[in-house]
Design a protein around this ligand. Structure first.
Ligand SMILES: [Zn+2]
Length: 300
């Protein structure tokens, strides 16, 4: 697996600055693995526009990005989703196993020290959204962001705190190394799925991928962006909204939520920033032949 580094991507919504901080980007999943319901016919139908930027033409693997998104308002600095982390034991998910990504260097290059982060917000509590909640220091997992309040949706926490539910996802110890240490440091606030963080930043409930999955809405009605987490893992799901990912907890609800999300934001000026779409990541949803397409922002 090769990863590419990427320039800093920054967008502005009114007085709010939104910055993507990359952990890694790589051709990673066969389409039929990440989307088990994707038949060869479906993949062929879309291959021409998926390659080469969204699907590697040689390997046929879908290209994924793992990034945090930093929202800087006049009053607070909020870091959304913390990728997979370094030094984590992930024997069942080797793409996250014992890594040493230059994530903190990328964060510094974007102008943020760990101490600058006021809030860490996880759209959901899968291993690739909580990794940098902690880092390894002298053999112990400590919160990476010492001054931050970590906001988890209570509904999400209540699901993943149950060992049986976690075991259905992975037996890797991500709960122990990335969630429990911040809980024990008293930095976590369990919040409702309609929590308002700042005048211009709030979360909304969009469940299905996980029970307490939220999106982050930035800005006002006219000027806005939405961080859509894992409602969609690849742009193929805009064209084929019925396709779930192999990680969706509630298949039926995930499909219904995705369809509703696409209908809500299609043909609107709202910028959508998904958690895994490759560079340049952000774009708009447009209607297309009774379905949808994702129109990426032009690379600047
Ligand atoms: Zn994810």
């Amino acid at each position: 697996m090769t990863a590419t580094s990427s320039p800093i991507y920054r967008w502005r919504v009114g007085q709010v600055e939104i910055t993507r901080v990359l952990e890694f980007e790589a051709a990673l999943f066969e389409p039929a693995v990440i989307h088990p319901e994707a038949s060869p016919e479906i993949i062929e139908r879309h291959r021409s526009w998926l390659t080469p930027t969204l699907m590697d033409p040689v390997s046929g693997l879908m290209i994924f990005a793992f990034h945090s998104t930093v929202i800087k308002t006049p009053r607070a600095t909020i870091l959304v989703d913390t990728c997979s982390g370094n030094d984590k034991e992930r024997p069942h998910k080797l793409r996250y196993h014992r890594k040493s990504w230059p994530y903190l260097a990328n964060l510094a290059a974007a102008g943020f020290a760990p101490e600058d982060i006021d809030y860490v917000l996880c759209t959901h509590l899968h291993a690739d959204h909580v990794g940098w909640n902690t880092r390894l220091l002298d053999g112990r997992w400590v919160p990476t962001f010492p001054n931050a309040r970590y906001l988890f949706a209570r509904k999400e926490w209540e699901h993943w705190r149950v060992a049986e539910w976690r075991a259905a996802y992975t037996t890797d110890p991500y709960f122990e190394d990335s969630l429990l240490p911040v809980m024990e440091s008293d930095q976590v606030e369990l919040v409702a799925t309609d929590y308002v963080i700042d005048d211009s930043v709030r979360i909304e409930s969009w469940p299905g991928h996980t029970p307490g999955h939220v999106c982050v809405v930035v800005g006002s009605a006219q000027l806005s962006a939405v961080l859509s987490g894992d409602i969609m893992h690849t742009p193929l799901q805009c064209a084929e909204p019925q396709l779930n990912s192999c990680f969706c907890v509630d298949a039926e609800m995930a499909r219904t939520t995705r369809q509703r999300f696409l209908q809500t934001f299609a043909d609107s000026p709202v910028m959508v920033i998904p958690a895994h779409f490759p560079t340049p990541t952000a774009g708009r949803i447009r209607s297309h032949n009774r379905s949808f397409r994702f129109h990426f922002d032009r690379v600047r």
